[in-house]
Design a protein around this ligand. Structure first.
Ligand code: NAP
Length: 476
């Protein structure tokens, strides 16, 4: 069902599409398949609801978000189980994602009350300046499948806190979770038309309508760089505000003063956050020669200990890839690297034993002797593959790390304060973890530079993406 103007209803065409469990291929349910007419109606509802919602006090808007926060935590186990079924991540990680998703509701409930303006001194004695911050209007949001609940609340929470209304198109692979999030918002008391959900199997037409419709003033997108570029081009004609959270190619640098065993444990943990399907997963691991051996040995030991299967089973740490295309990409990248001289340490094959052939499982894969000619050196992998490169000089590592069009997350392991500072200042990435594999929080700005995106989400800055600045000059 679509959620438009506070009502659940089928698509105008009556069409539906199914959502499946990526671990087993089992059909989990079906949802309405929206077309262009449906999205237009959703935009109309959001436009009509805007005046009323934006005029509510910040306190009233915050209260609704706080109720949604409480409901999400109450339903944490149920939502996590649904997430593991529809998206595939192991249940412990799904529970962690629900916590992260709920944090955005709570954080922006607070920020709603801190949308401050300014007064600015004028050079004229008879003039005063005021700066007002006002909601931009109707927001069009498009989200990916890999974090199917938190990527929704990361957009909905600041939009609603600022006083905007929203039309959201979730990913095709995880529409059932989006429906659960909107049911929760409805129960939390979000007024009719303030949040609208359009599930669709036709992202190109529905996306284009959402992005180009004149009543939509702001576009917020999380997904691949390729689609992000297209959306930026489509939004340009209407001169719309655009935020883009795109792909990444995170370097993970281990200097020779770091504890290589500790660093390897960290690398394995962040690589397997979501079976490698996270934008902040390391894509190239650079290790200094003196510590390369223990680093690789620990990684190998960790990788071989990981267990693949349905994320609902105890002890499973590796879920399925989202679909056959993701599996094919892994196979292509690994074959290309081996052909060009990479050394396979472990993995390198699809997993099909014990019923795993029903899903798209790939063995945790460690490759050494990786070089810049290989596809994995530049392409985002989005799977359980860790390519390792040994380096000698500090500068060489930073230069190789920056040799990418992406600029989202990066990681450095060192106990040397000077190396840590030099690295954080020189790495051309929006986020740097120093001996830290999780530099993310609802309270901290998340965002990429270069072709990893525009703008930030979360944090004090996050709400600014949904506010216009208005200057008022007053002669007195
Ligand atoms: P994607 O293929 O770009 O899809 C993202 C969203 O865009 C989906 O809802 C998709 O709909 C929609 N879409 C596809 N084609 C479209 C079009 N022509 N017009 C409008 N919308 C369109 O990305 P994904 O595979 O879902 O997600 C993985 C990517 O997201 C990775 O690159 C990852 O790094 C990135 N990501 C970034 C962040 C971040 O914060 N920077 C966070 C998470 C993920 P369909 O599902 O129907 O195709």
């Amino acid at each position: 069902m679509l959620f438009i103007d506070g009502k659940w209803r089928p698509a105008a065409s009556g069409r539906e599409f199914v959502s499946t469990d990526p671990a087993s291929g089992e059909v989990l349910g079906s949802v309405a398949d929206a077309g262009v007419d449906d999205v237009r109606e959703a935009i109309g509802a959001a436009r009509a609801a805007f005046d009323g919602w934006s005029r509510r006090t910040a306190y009233e808007r915050a209260e609704v978000l706080s109720r949604a926060h409480a409901l999400m935590l109450e339903r944490r186990d149920d939502l996590a189980e649904r997430m593991t079924r529809e998206q595939g991540k192991p249940i412990r990680m799904a529970r962690a994602e629900i916590g992260y998703a709920a944090d955005f509701l709570s954080w922006f409930a607070g920020e709603a009350k801190r949308v401050y303006g300014e007064t600015i001194p004028s050079s004229r004695a008879d003039q005063r300046f005021l700066v007002l911050r006002q909601p931009v209007g109707v927001v069009g949001a498009i989200t990916p499948w890999n974090y199917p609940v938190s990527m929704l609340t990361r957009k909905i929470s600041p939009a609603l806190a600022a006083g905007c209304t929203i039309v959201l198109k979730p990913a095709e692979q995880t529409p059932l979770l989006a429906v659960e999030v909107f049911r929760l918002l409805e129960e939390a008391g979000v007024p009719e038309g303030v949040v609208n959900l359009v599930t669709t199997s036709d992202p190109a037409s529905v996306g284009a309508e959402l992005v180009t419709h004149p009543d939509v003033r702001k576009i917020t997108f999380t997904g691949s760089t390729e689609v992000g570029r297209l959306i930026a081009r489509q939004a340009a004609d209407g001169v719309k505000r655009v935020s883009l959270e795109l792909g990444g190619h995170a370097p993970f640098i281990v200097f020779d003063d770091a504890d290589p065993v500790h660093a390897a444990k960290g690398a394995a943990a962040v690589k397997f956050l979501n079976t490698g399907q996270a934008c902040i997963c390391p894509n190239r691991l650079f290790v200094q020669r003196a510590v390369a051996e223990p680093f690789l040995a620990t990684l190998e030991e960790r990788f071989t200990r990981l267990r693949a299967g349905s994320g609902l089973e105890d002890g499973v740490t590796v879920g399925p890839l989202i679909d056959a295309d993701a599996l094919a990409k892994m196979e292509r990248q690994v074959a290309d690297a081996l052909e060009r001289g990479a050394r396979l340490i472990t993995g390198g094959r699809r997993l099909t034993d014990d019923g795993l052939d029903a899903g798209c499982f790939y063995a945790p894969t460690l490759l050494a002797d990786v070089t810049p000619e290989m596809q994995i050196y530049r392409e985002e992998t989005f799977g359980p593959l860790a390519p390792v490169i040994v380096f000698d000089e500090d500068d060489e590592a930073i230069e190789m790390a920056n040799d990418t069009d992406y600029g989202l997350a990066s990681y450095v392991y060192t106990r040397d304060l000077s190396r840590a500072y030099r690295s954080m200042e020189r790495l051309a990435f929006g986020m740097v973890g120093i001996n830290d594999i999780n530099p993310t929080s609802a309270a901290a700005p998340f965002g990429g530079i270069k072709q990893s995106g525009l703008g930030v989400e979360g944090a004090r800055e996050g709400i600014g993406e949904y506010l216009d600045t208005k200057l008022v000059g007053i002669s007195i």
